[in-house]
Design a protein around this ligand. Sequence first.
Ligand SMILES: Cc1ncc(COP(=O)(O)O)c(C=O)c1O
Length: 348
Amino acid sequence: MALHIPHNRLTFDQREVAAAERTAASGYWAGGDAVLAVETSVATLGGMNFAVAVASGVSALRLALLALGVTAEGEVIVPGYSCVAIINAVLAVGAVPIAVDVEHDTLCIDPALAAAAITAKTQAIIAVNTFGYPADIARLALLGMPIIEDCAHGFPLQNVTADIRITSFYATKMIGGGEGGAVLTNTKALYDFVLDWRDYTDKKPHPQRLNDKMSDLEAAVTTVQLQKYQEFVTQRQRLADCYLASFAALPVISLPPATPNRVWYRFVIDLAELPFLEIQSALSDRGITTYPPIEDWSTDLYPLAHTHNAKSAYNQVLSIPLYPTLTDTELAYVVSNLQEVIVSYSNE
Ligand SMILES: Cc1ncc(COP(=O)(O)O)c(C=O)c1O
């Protein structure tokens, strides 16, 4: 029997619904205590002293760049394979994004190439824990530049903390609250800056003083999701382990690296030379929705130069369904159909 398996499905229950209802009934839809509560929870989970809840992940990135003193004259080193939100945040503060290549296996920024890209104009480095794999913050920290660790794909364990960690609470992220994000730091001055700059009320005019605040309704739902984070991590790990074991016998594709301190936001396979669109369409015919997880944002104005691994990742990396509500029947269905499709195209 054919099943229909979406690429993503939200994971929530009566607890999120009750939290939203309570907050709606409280009359504090904005500016109430729910935002304070989410900030305490996310600081604890992210292992940092302070957190400021904001409107989105891209708000968090923009405010983090401003807090670190990035200016219109500056350059910011970013991974070539990453969400366009990162480029847009850099452009929003007037700086120039310098895209460097990612490592082939981890798809995280290559620290050696980041080092080589530093110029007199470099003001910060953004490192993304791509799909939940920990970017090498320890090596990047040796470069002497302010570092923003983008944890929008989850919080893997890290021995070294970046100056600022940001995250996103977009609905389909590991922790979803509809929209939303957070800036986390151990530095009081950076915290004070972001808290001040997320808002324009009673302040002098400035093009960066927008409305970057999170609402209490989003904060209430996000707080419940944060309480379930470890549960989500464990459930996703079990699914990923099953995929890793099941696809190990398919040498034509590359599987994501499984280090103990990673989390599994997405499970992506590198199809290498296999025909991407045909495989995606064959899976779709069998009711399984898959996506290239990150769209290539490069244009003539913002080209991707010298980023071989990033370019091939945009063309070859396919994300398959992975979320806590994926049932064992659905998991088995994805496994057997993906195996069949890959084998059929490998033999062509
Ligand atoms: C790594 C990364 N950083 C930042 C963002 C931006 O988050 P938001 O959509 O909440 O603005 C995204 C969005 O998908 C992302 O994948």
